[in-house]
Design a protein. Structure first.
Lengths: 330, 309
């Protein structure tokens, strides 16, 4: 309050001593212009990311020299080997093999494990915070869960490597210490906060009158939650899952540390997996700039960018659509 | 009450309790995850932490000594990042809330871009930093100012910092925007009514009121930037350097990267494990404390704005 008063006094003094014009002078116009220009940085950044990641990937489509080793089509086609057709990612070998299927499967596998663990927990916790918790508990639980997002992913990866891997090996007696299950569990730490936050927002966006109407008609609290509140918030919870998926598929450090990184086309959870992100992280540092391998890694990055772009776009749209329907546009 | 109805009520109550218990359980498990990771790193790291560990460079192939250069590198990196990200983020938020009209297409595009920027995978930022800052901007500077000598056209501190600045921009924008929006309209109107210009109103009335939010955003951005590894992998970080970085075009060591390398490429895991725990401890304490501070400031300024509203 005090600071407001002094501000007002200061403004009054300013007025009497300096300018009476409401429209600012040249200096003010210049600063406004500068602010407007700086605001364009975020638009420029998105465009530049698309442009420059795409530019380094472009030789994959245009360069004949790169085509002798790999084309966009051959990245998805099986590779003829001595006695079989195979899907192999072996960029550093006599004849480099760039089949991305093992990486895509690896990414999806790890992401799926993470979602299976994180979604029920996060949605459950969101229901608790929005429907059951008192204001006191709410004020502690909510920020605490969101704090989980503040742990650097490299620390989560380290924790998965040292602690989770040992637990998983003990419980499931897996042959390989590092595998999709461990990486997925680690990833679930990273996506719980986002799935929780978005779900909780969705639940809170359901108008109070819905709950009151249900309770007034004699529903129990559980019935109200399950049959009225959750269905009304369903699009928002779907969006939370979609956004969690986007976050998980793009996460790098956890999976590069805890997944084992063997690029095999394999659908089992107890074997090592290699994701798209981990491949970029591990290989880009050792590759010759401008080589086919270099272009392929940038193409993977571009794919990842577009995938998360689409996923996030739909996630945001669902949230907005739901809010508009419920009349709680913020 | 007839027996059937009583039975029904009993069942209903049961279901009611079960759901409540399940949701409490879910919340407890997530909180448990948070607790266990904190406990493990803190207990494991506390044994390693000493003044020597924090103040000395590594020795004997990273099996002894400390991590001072990694701490220094992390601080230098996030400082540079903050200098770039905070003014840009605050200006963007001011534009969105104070200058742009409701129907402005540009403002909508800015908003969409900020939201999308927040969703771009961090490794893609690394690719972008390499393709744009190093290969294009850096090489360009070398060609124009240094006769093609490799000075800025290589991985170094400034490019890592700028890459991280773009990554953390949305954090600053969102937090600042929220704070500015919660400044009561009457304050602005009062200021304009006594003859202040728009800019004066923003600088002297709106921004001081929104300071808590700006600070929160800055701290969260610093915390995020200090913990990110993927974007700096190819844009400037180094595993071991005998000297501290002194120029913008020097490479640097980094806490997160140190954890990554010790965790994945150590020839002797048992001997490096204490160092690994120690480094993770320092990184976690750094980022976590910043987060706690941010939450504290945010809840305080929210309470204040609620009280004055």
């Amino acid at each position: 309050m005090a600071s407001q008063t002094t501000t007002r006094i200061r403004i009054t003094r300013e007025r009497s001593s300096r300018s009476l014009r409401r429209q600012g002078g040249l200096g003010e116009r210049f600063i406004e212009l500068a602010i407007r220009a700086v605001a364009l940085v975020s638009i420029a950044s998105i465009l530049l990311i698309l442009l420059f990641v795409g530019k380094e990937a472009l030789p994959l489509i245009t360069s004949g020299e790169v085509h002798r080793e790999v084309t966009l089509g051959s990245m998805f086609a099986p590779i003829q080997t001595a006695n079989d057709m195979a899907y192999v990612w072996q960029p550093v070998s006599e004849t480099p093999k760039y089949n991305v299927l093992p990486l895509i499967v690896g990414s999806l596998k790890v992401t799926l494990v993470a979602l299976v663990f994180a979604v029920p927990l996060s949605v459950g916790a969101a229901v608790y915070v929005s429907e059951y918790a008192g204001p006191r508990a709410r004020e502690i639980v909510k920020p605490a869960i969101e704090l989980l997002a503040g742990i650097p992913s490299v620390v989560v990866g380290f924790f998965a490597l040292i602690v989770l891997a040992s637990w998983v090996q003990k419980v499931f007696t897996t042959e390989h210490r590092l595998n999709s299950l461990v990486a997925g569990l680690g990833l679930s730490f990273a996506i719980c906060p986002i799935v929780f936050s978005v779900s909780e927002d969705a639940l809170r966006a359901v108008p109070r009158s819905y709950r009151e109407a249900a309770l007034a008609m004699g529903s129990t609290r559980a019935q109200t939650v399950l049959k009225v509140v959750l269905p009304a918030a369903a699009p928002g919870i779907a969006a939370a899952i979609v956004l969690g998926f986007g976050r998980a598929i793009g996460e790098t450090m956890i999976v590069v540390i805890a997944s084992g990184n063997a690029a095999l086309l394999d659908f089992s959870l107890d074997r090592s997996a290699r994701t798209i992100t981990a491949t970029i992280a591990q290989e880009l540092g050792e590759v010759v700039v401008g080589s086919p391998h270099y272009s392929v890694l940038f193409a993977l990055g571009a794919m990842l960018f577009l995938a998360t772009f689409v996923v996030n776009f739909f996630g945001e749209r669902i949230v907005h659509g739901m809010r508009r329907r419920l009349g709680t546009v913020s | 009450m007839p027996a059937g109805a009583r039975k029904l009520v009993g069942k209903v109550r049961h279901g009611d309790r079960a759901l409540a218990a399940a949701t409490v359980g879910a919340a407890v498990i997530i909180l448990g995850m948070l607790a266990i990771i904190l406990l493990d790193v803190i207990v494991g790291g506390a044994r390693t932490i000493s003044w020597e560990f924090i103040s000395q460079p590594p020795r004997k192939g990273m099996t002894e000594g400390g991590i001072f250069p990694a701490i220094f590198g992390t601080v230098a990196l996030t400082l540079l990042m903050t200098i770039a990200a905070v003014p840009a983020g605050v200006a963007t938020a001011i534009y969105l809330t104070e200058y742009a009209s409701m129907q402005s297409r540009v403002a909508r595009l800015v908003r969409v871009s900020v939201a999308n920027l927040a969703g771009v995978p961090s490794i893609v930022f690394g690719l972008f930093g390499l393709g744009f800052f190093i290969s294009t901007v850096g090489r360009g500077i070398d060609k124009v100012a240094y006769g093609g000598q490799s000075v800025y056209g290589r991985p170094c501190l400034i490019w890592s910092a700028l890459t991280l600045a773009i990554l953390t921009l949305p954090v600053v924008v969102v937090s600042t925007e929220e704070a500015i929006l919660s400044v009561p309209r009457e304050l602005r109107e009062g200021s304009l009514a006594v003859g202040a210009t728009r800019l004066q109103t923003i600088v002297r009335v709106v921004l001081p009121e929104a300071l808590g939010g700006i600070l929160t955003g800055t701290i969260l951005a610093v915390s995020r930037g200090a913990g990110e590894v993927a974007p700096i992998l190819f844009t400037g970080v180094a595993y071991y350097l005998p000297q501290l970085p002194t120029n913008l075009n020097d490479q640097f060591m980094n806490l997160g990267y140190h954890v990554y390398v010790l965790a994945t490429q150590s020839p002797d895991v048992d001997r490096t494990k204490p160092l690994l725990y120690g480094t993770a401890f320092v990184l976690l304490v750094l980022t976590f404390l910043l987060n706690l501070i941010a939450i504290y400031i945010r809840s305080r300024s929210r309470k204040r704005s609620r009280a004055s509203a």
